[in-house]
Design a protein. Sequence first.
Length: 396
Amino acid sequence: MKFPVTSILVRVLALTMLILALSHVGQSKGSGWKQGGSKSSHGHKSYGSTHGQKSHGSKGRHVGRGNNKPPKNIPTPITPSPPLSPPSSPPTPTRPSGLQVGFYKGLCPNKLVDIEAVLEIKVQEHFRKDPTILPAILRMQFHDCFVHGCDASILINGLSTEKTAGPNLSVRGYELIDAMKAIAEAQCPGVVSCADIIAIATKELIKLGGGPNYSVQTGRRDGLVSRAQDVNLPSPFLTVSETISAFSAKRFTTEEMVILLGCHTVGVSSCAFFQDRLYQGTTQFDPIMDPTLRQQLMPTCPKGITANNSTFLDQNPRSSNIVDNSFFNQIQKQRGILPIDQALARDPKTIPFVQQFAQSASLFNTKLANAMVKLQALDVLTGNQGEIRKTCSRFN
Ligand code: HEM
């Protein structure tokens, strides 16, 4: 025989749990990316060389080989059932406030337009004509994100905006961003941010360059601040420890720093950043550099002459514009170009990561995709923050 009090207690408990469960239906299931964050630049030595544009060679390319699936993290708004009892606190909004894959789906006047796909086609066209757009935009993304977050602050024209700061003088690729923005404004006026356009272009170019095909998150807003004095990017002459500090100030681990520096698998550097490593008697002279490489670089960057020449950051001639792990093989062979790149293969704090990435192409791809998602989410503006610029090179 059952004891009636227990039975009543069980029923009361069950009813309470049902009410509690119902009152939580409809809460936000955001993608987990936080809004805003610290915008202060870190206090590390920055590089301020004022080098101009350089001639960039172009290399072959091959088809993307990544296969990451888009995460299914787009929240579906749920209509709450009528409350059984008056709610004790105001309902939490169901609208996501952070970044998410496919943010723009259904946001254009023609709801069927997939604006991100349209923009990707523009990137593909540009890449076919000029593959050096890959390193150009990849570097632009880094320089944008490390100063005030990924908010397109690097795009602003003006007397003393970020664009005019030393390290940014050789940043290229603005014409692609402007062309993409023109397409976005024509099909979807006032909706797509310039910060997202950089992110979409970067992601697409990494794929076109043979790197991982990851799902880019969107929903960034454009920043309202762009000051040259805030540009405090790490210098290529820093030690590994100093560079680790610079990246950790932006919440990146040493491993993430190493993989991100692996983006030097594409693109070029001008002589100013490695010339002294070639010549005895300079403070930067590097006696361990591969002697063949040294001989090859000497005519490009003659001693004591400020030549406006450049060389590939990845000295594997078959892979200089391909996003792969060959950069790590090269630095292991003492064939790095930038002082910091070469230092990664010599410092005990980074050697294990260099070894792993050099050994495994698939590990390189996975870790690069993860690090790019993190870089592209750095201190982003979302929700009602910032603005959606009408023209990427000026504030509204
Ligand atoms: C400690 C960190 C870094 C330093 C010191 C550094 C430094 C440099 C320097 C000095 C150059 C040559 C610029 C020139 O000749 O004008 C360069 C090029 C480049 N950097 Fe970095 N970089 C760093 C991190 C990154 C990251 C994280 C990325 C990408 C996510 C990146 C992507 C690139 C690319 C793609 C180029 C080639 C640009 C072109 O060919 O136009 N860099 N970097």
